[in-house]
Design a protein around this ligand. Structure first.
Ligand code: NDP
Length: 476
């Protein structure tokens, strides 16, 4: 596939390409241009040229284009989902969820367009003021590989609705569905240059985008260290930033919880997308009184997970997205084993056998009695490994939950309203779920505390994050 600049497909000018391989089989699916700083400059120029026309359209007109795009995405969701599974590895069922989630986001922002923007402020004798919102200008979006479609939606929906134009950089391992979606948005009526996609490496294309003086805002989702680097680079031009830098979400299960429901919550919360989700359950704290029964049931469910190619009809969990990600996870589990930092109840290694030899598969893994200073607890555990710890009471659970430097999400499983209130008041996280984990619908603002990042995505608030107020003060 080619890049998408100014509403056209653009090949690699100097004939350098990145290969996109299926993480389940190692097969080459396609190749995309290894873009350059020059390609970024061209895309920014196109986006700047498209800005005035796009800004002038009413919010409702922009919303209608997003709505048409959502219709097209729904019509083509099966093909898009197959492409997503092929490049990312997730089970087809999850890819379908994600593609439909993208359509949901566009529809949501089309609906937001019907809300009045701006306000009039009566100031008595000194006059009246009119406060309007206007777009920031050309924005940059940097997308990760774990949920490339959904996260493209979180950025494109509010940014485009607010009247900005965009240059988007997909992750190098998952650029294909992003490129296809950009084409669909153009077919739905986006004027050429409003949305541009430049493929290529983070160090070249990503950094060129962040450094470009005409980019007014960068929205980034990914690794904390990369986010810090982006923040440094962006400070040169005092750019606006939204940074979503991951999490280490705790799940707290109290002794009054519905155990079966919580077991299913932990299973889905941890192993969905092979654990490569920013809000996955990454630390499980169970009340002492129910820990034995809970762990036994959870182990049985984990051991029964069907791991394989995401396109297989019975696959519950696919491979990790890349060899690098699998090595990272394997290293963390090996270190835990070597240091005696936990007991591996099931899994704990790379899957062997013919069906797995060319893919990046890792066993769904359950580790109990995990030491609080184990790397499984202190680092972001971005894969199918669940560390479990027991707690004697709610006080201990809250203290443990707050030991992380991240603060993206957290869940508590209980029937007690008082417990719920305490967790909401005392656990440091942007979203607290009760008897649920993972779900992030477009209506709800999403973002973290601490090193999970800055800014919020989703909800109508996200439109504010892609616009600024200006005031007309009328002194009578
Ligand atoms: P990165 O943060 O490196 O990648 C995310 C995106 O940023 C990709 O598009 C990448 O491009 C781009 N990028 C990389 N370096 C730069 C740079 N210097 N300037 C601008 N853009 C850049 O994540 P990794 O792939 O290294 O993943 C490592 C870890 O990060 C995971 O194990 C996980 O812990 C965390 N992570 C968290 C995510 C979340 O949703 N919170 C998502 C992804 C990762 P390219 O692909 O070309 O390198």
């Amino acid at each position: 596939m080619e890049m998408r600049i100014g509403g056209k497909n653009v090949a690699s000018p100097d004939d350098t390409w990145l290969e996109v391989k299926n993480p389940a089989t190692g097969e080459l699916i396609d190749r995309v241009p290894a873009g350059s700083a020059g390609d970024v400059a061209e895309a920014v120029e196109m986006a700047a040229a498209a800005l005035t026309g796009w800004k002038k359209k009413g919010m409702r007109e922009r919303g209608m284009i997003l709505f048409h795009a959502a219709e097209k995405v729904r019509e083509q969701h099966k093909d898009l989902a197959r492409l997503l599974t092929a490049e990312q590895g997730k089970p087809l069922r999850e890819a379908i969820d994600e593609v439909r989630g993208y359509a949901n986001i566009l529809e949501y922002y089309a609906g937001v367009s019907a809300q009045p923007a701006g306000e009039a402020v009566r100031l008595g004798a000194s006059g009246d003021a009119f406060v309007v919102r206007e777009p920031l200008g050309v924005c940059g979006a940097i997308i990760p590989w774990n949920m490339p479609v959904l996260i493209m939606g979180w950025k494109t929906g509010p940014a485009l609705l607010a009247g900005n134009t965009l240059v988007l950089k997909p992750a190098s391992t998952t650029p294909l569905t992003n490129l296809r979606l950009a084409e669909i948005l153009d077919e739905a009526g986006l004027p050429p240059g409003v949305l541009n996609v430049v493929t290529g490496s983070g160090s070249v294309v990503g950094e060129a985008l962040v450094k470009h003086p005409d980019i007014k805002k960068i929205s980034f989702t990914g690794n904390c260290a990369t986010g810090q680097r982006i923040r440094e680079l962006a400070s040169a031009h005092v750019k606006d930033l939204t940074l979503e830098l991951g999490g280490s979400d705790p799940m707290i299960v109290m002794d009054d919880a519905d155990i079966d429901k919580a077991v299913e919550g932990a299973l889905r919360g941890r192993f969905y997308n092979a654990g490569q989700v920013c809000t996955a359950v990454k630390r499980l704290y169970i009340h002492d009184k129910i820990a034995g029964e809970f762990v036994q049931k959870l182990k049985a469910r984990i051991s029964a997970l069907n791991v394989g190619n995401g396109l297989g009809p019975k696959t519950d969990m696919g491979p990790l997205n890349s060899a690098r990600q699998r090595e990272r996870i394997a290293r963390m589990v090996d270190q835990t084993r070597e240091r005696g930092d936990g007991t591996i109840l099931t899994g704990g290694g790379v899957l062997r056998g013919k069906a797995y030899e060319s893919g990046h598969f890792y066993h769904p893994t359950l580790v109990t009695d995990v030491a609080p200073d184990s790397c499984l607890v202190t680092d972001e555990l971005f894969g199918p490994v669940l560390p479990v710890m027991t707690v004697p009471d709610l006080d201990a659970a809250i203290v443990a939950a707050n030991t992380s430097r991240y603060g993206l999400g957290a869940s508590v499983w209980t029937k007690n309203l008082h417990t719920t209130k305490r967790v909401f008041d005392e656990v440091q996280a942007g979203i607290i779920w009760v008897n649920r984990h993972l779900t992030v619908p477009p209506e709800v603002p999403f973002g973290g505390m601490g090193e999970s990042g800055i800014g919020r995505e989703n909800g109508y608030h996200a439109v504010d994050q892609y616009s600024r107020t200006r005031t007309l003060f009328l002194g009578w």
